[in-house]
Design a protein around this ligand. Structure first.
Ligand code: FPP
Length: 254
């Protein structure tokens, strides 16, 4: 997997991560229920796969349910889970037609059986597709993911001395290897819709050098033009990965 630094000169983000916020506010403004807002938001899933693919984005991550979203009213959680169970199967033929692959991040073992079944089917049916990856983040938390990697690393040694040595020599690369996912590119562009300016525990590791982009548009109203604007804004930025501007432009020593 290439690092984001290799992509310094690329104008198209390889991995776009989206915090799909504003479903509730969009619904309220239309006099609709919050669940209807989520339903309209889920419909954007199909669109965003196509828009990302057409823009030559390789991966798009969607924050569909965070580890903290369990604190929402039980009825809203049940509605979101039902949406996944009912809408995902309908998306599979379209994803196959568009050669899109679905991946999942997060602990889906805690999701209701029907939602899990729909997710597993979508992942299985699209596993050989190659045009764009849609990474659904469900029961996902960036901090939890890092903690799990540390636990996994800890458990991988029987010998106390070897374990102490591994910890003494721990690097980001060795810890990353324990996250158990080598298909996820570093996040280049992180978009949050709905006007708030927070990362909310999303992709904490992968977004270390992501460009952040915030828009007031609520997720159900998000359009291809909005994505194009975000990508154009990304293209205008200088990604330095810790270097100076002069180094990046090749007018100073490496
Ligand atoms: C945030 O908006 C949105 C969510 C917590 C859920 C996002 C889920 C979807 C778009 C549906 C996913 C469905 C499938 C099939 C994958 P909010 O409710 O917090 O909005 P608000 O801040 O305006 O209240």
């Amino acid at each position: 997997m290439s690092s984001s630094e290799d992509q310094t000169n690329q104008r198209v983000p390889q991995h776009v991560a989206i915090i799909m916020d504003g479903n509730g506010r969009w619904a309220k403004a239309q006099g609709l229920s919050r669940l209807e807002g989520h339903r309209q938001g889920a419909k954007r899933l199909r669109d965003v796969i196509r828009w990302a693919r057409d823009a030559e984005v390789k991966q798009v991550s969607l924050y569909a349910f965070s580890t903290e979203n369990w604190k929402r009213p039980k009825l809203e959680i049940a509605g979101l889970m039902t949406l996944m169970a009912t809408m995902l199967p309908l998306e599979i033929p379209k994803m196959i037609e568009e050669n899109a692959r679905m991946l999942v991040l997060g602990d889906i073992s805690k999701l209701p059986w029907l939602a899990r079944k729909a997710l597993n089917r979508a992942v299985e049916s699209t596993k050989n597709n190659t045009s764009v990856d849609v990474i659904l983040c469900l029961n996902y938390g960036g901090q939890q993911e890092i903690v799990e990697a540390v636990k996994h690393l800890f458990a991988s040694f029987d010998d106390e001395k070897e374990r102490a040595e591994a910890f003494a020599n721990l690097t980001p690369e060795t810890l990353y290897a324990h996250m158990g996912r080598d298909d996820i590119l570093p996040v280049d562009l992180l978009i949050r819709t709905g006007g708030e300016k927070r990362i909310s525990n999303f992709h904490l590791w992968d977004a270390a050098y992501a460009e952040l982009y915030f828009t007031d548009t609520n997720w159900p109203a998000y359009s291809e033009n909005d994505l194009k604007e975000a990508i154009a804004d990304y293209a205008s930025r200088e990604r330095r990965f810790g270097k100076t501007s002069e180094q990046v432009q090749g007018i100073a020593d490496e």
